[in-house]
Design a protein around this ligand. Structure first.
Ligand code: AMP
Length: 280
């Protein structure tokens, strides 16, 4: 029931057989871990067909980022999916860069303000790369629902905005963050952490965000929603912000949902995480 398809043309032929069935899409850059697999399992549970795209998107990496080093592990990825023994149809879609961005490709999907803060501030153009490729994957796959992880919460909100603004005929679902036994959010970039000292530093990310969440949970008024001085992030943090979870603005009132987002640098490795506080 698992089919691997490495080009758009063959994919479209196969896709046409599924007509208006429920088709789930899980966009990934490969190097699959339990976080990705949880998205795939959810899509499999909710749809007739699940498409897992594996595409390392050059447009979402900055010139000095880790595009060249990003782990490419297609054979292991396929095995991990096979080992889950899914009952329903699974398509692993692995287009090449030339297939998605042929010579002369010159279009950009760019969501406004929400793309420029947080990760967008330190990674200019990153989210334009994400939305351009996700839009194209939505069009190619004609998926009815796509699955994204809460770990990349800003990415999820940007894709949600793109769908609303462009009236794209697709639903999206936010799936919980899968963590290791110490609380570190699983990420393909965790393998860049070299030694126990770096891992201990990385754990500070979730530990601090959790402590801030506990602190905020004890406040009754939004006026008190500030990072307490003993938890103020040091210079290793790229950002740590308490924002309105619906639109990532600073406007927080007494009953909106809240998200605390952080980005921490551990030497060369950049890690992100967040905690959501649901208040309605
Ligand atoms: P990536 O391959 O890093 O582009 O991630 C593909 C999808 O997996 C995105 O929707 C991520 O948010 C999601 N994802 C990555 N890490 C995790 C995790 N630890 N838990 C849940 N989802 C995740």
């Amino acid at each position: 029931m698992i089919e691997v398809i490495d080009n758009i043309q063959s994919f479209k032929q196969v896709r046409s057989q599924f007509g208006n069935m429920n088709v789930g899409l899980v966009p990934t850059m490969g190097n699959l871990h339990l976080g990705h697999l949880s998205l795939i399992e959810k899509s499999h549970a909710e749809n007739d067909v699940t498409i897992i795209s594996i595409f390392i998107n050059p447009k979402q990496f900055g010139p000095n980022e880790d595009f060249a080093d990003y782990p490419r592990t297609l054979e292991q990825d396929i095995k991990k999916i096979k080992d889950l023994s899914f009952k329903k149809k699974i398509i692993i879609f692995t287009p090449t860069t030339k297939d998605i961005f042929p010579d002369g490709f010159d279009t950009k999907i760019s969501v406004g303000e929400i793309s420029h803060k947080l990760c967008g501030a330190s990674r200019p153009g990153h989210f334009d790369g994400v939305t351009t490729v996700v839009y194209k994957l939505f069009k190619i796959t004609q998926a009815t629902c796509a699955y994204f992880g809460q770990k990349d919460y800003q990415q999820y909100k940007i894709i949600e905005k793109m769908i609303i603004d462009l009236e794209l005929p697709i639903k999206i679902k936010l799936c919980p963050i899968i963590r290791d036994q110490h609380g570190l959010a699983l990420s393909s970039r965790n393998q860049y952490l070299k030694d126990p000292a770096e891992i201990t530093q990385a754990l500070k990310l979730n530990e601090t965000l959790k402590k801030i969440a506990t602190h905020l949970n004890q406040r009754s008024s939004s006026f008190d929603f500030k990072i307490p001085s003993h938890l103020k992030p040091n210079e290793a943090w790229e950002y740590c912000e308490i924002l309105n979870a619906d639109n990532l603005s600073k406007e927080i009132d007494n009953n909106c949902n809240i998200v605390i987002l952080g980005a921490l640098r551990v030497n060369q490795t950049r890690l992100i995480d967040n905690q959501i506080i649901m208040r309605r």
